[in-house]
Design a protein around this ligand. Structure first.
Ligand code: UT7
Length: 316
């Protein structure tokens, strides 16, 4: 058993094509004011030829480059995604092959929008158990493949992206930087968010998901802090799943954060990128040096399943 793990570096990738609310309003009965007011999104990035595996590879490549490690050091690759069209080889194997990682444990994980925190939890457990030393943990989604572009209730919400973390065993005698994962689900409510069938489109009962997220999730986020021995008032930043600014504000109201804490609202520029949303937002905070190294950050994902997961991490 090791003392635990820590995030040593992050990276992210977004396609170059920006689609604004006004762009969508050219073909849909919607408008910029409604989308900004009800959801908080101003624009999103939509992939052209990039696949889920392409975006995952680009994000992982950046994380690996800034970690100081090489492909030979990585012994586990996990990709959280619910939008990979190809079943086999899985996305993790494709990423490993393209980055020259020769023999890692390689698995995909699908818990929809909570996927990154689930994947980070499994990688942390593997490192604690001695089954891995250095892991690549990736969230990657191409939601544009599963969006019905004629349905205004979903088409305005989503975007494409990937975010990745290099997670390593904490050096002997040093504290872990990935706190215990708090994970769970409400499977009885699973039918309210679906990507089903051979030619799937995302469908959701938005108000039901909204109510669940704003009324039931804050206690789980607080419990993730308690398990890490961190009071929410001590958090330097909160990086929740990026679905709706009103959901984020609703959870924040109940957390008891310090007024100085940063609350990630990357969805304004990126839309909802499901399992990519948390690592994407965290990677950008780190890139902009908005959170000091070592400071505690609460990650918290939620969505299809319905599933949720979160943990406190120390900023690399
Ligand atoms: O990441 C996975 C987890 N998913 C979520 O967390 C999503 C949670 N849900 C939500 O964020 C919100 O429920 C939505 C953003 C999806 C919808 O917002 P809402 O405030 O719940 O809107 P609504 O569905 O109650 O619709 C209100 C009105 C309706 O019109 P009427 O019936 O009042 O005349 C809709 O037809 O807004 C209409 N509407 C739109 N109008 C302009 C729905 N979509 C649009 C649109 N543009 N794109």
């Amino acid at each position: 058993m090791t003392a635990g793990s820590r995030i040593v570096a992050m990276g992210h990738y977004q396609p170059s094509r920006v689609v604004t609310n006004d762009d969508l309003a050219m073909n849909l009965d919607t408008n910029d004011a409604w989308i900004r007011d009800r959801v908080g999104i101003a624009e999103r990035r939509i992939a052209d030829s990039e696949s889920v595996a392409d975006m995952a590879t680009y994000a992982a490549e950046k994380a690996l480059a800034s970690s100081g490690l090489s492909a030979a050091d990585i012994d586990l690759v996990t990709v959280a995604t619910c939008t990979s069209i190809d079943r086999c080889p899985n996305v993790a194997s494709r990423v490993a092959s393209r980055l020259g990682i020769t023999a890692p444990a390689a698995y995909d994980l699908n818990t929809a929008c909570s996927g990154f925190s689930y994947a980070l939890g499994t990688a942390d457990h593997a490192i604690r158990a001695g089954a891995s030393r250095n892991a690549l943990v990736i969230g990657a989604e191409k939601l544009s493949d599963v969006v019905d572009w004629s349905n205004r209730t979903t088409a305005v919400l989503f975007g494409d992206a990937a975010g990745a973390a290099v997670v390593s065993a904490a050096p002997e005698g040093e504290e872990a930087g990935v706190g215990p994962v708090l994970w769970g689900s409400a499977p009885d409510k699973g039918g309210v968010l679906r990507i089903e069938g051979w030619r799937p489109y995302i469908e959701q009962e938005g108000q039901v998901v909204f109510r669940w997220a704003t009324t039931e999730l804050a206690p789980f986020a607080i419990e993730a802090c308690r398990r890490a021995g961190v009071d929410p008032s001590e958090l330097a930043a909160f990086v929740p799943h990026q679905a709706n600014t009103r959901i984020i504000d609703g959870i924040v109201k109940r957390l008891g954060l310090s007024p100085d804490a940063i609350v990630a609202k990357d969805l304004v520029q990126s839309g909802n990128t499901s399992a990519a949303s948390v690592p994407l937002a965290l990677s950008k905070l780190i890139e902009r040096r908005e959170v000091p190294s070592g400071a505690p950050v609460l990650l918290f994902g939620f969505g299809g399943g319905l599933t949720y997961a979160g943990q406190v991490v120390r900023c690399p």
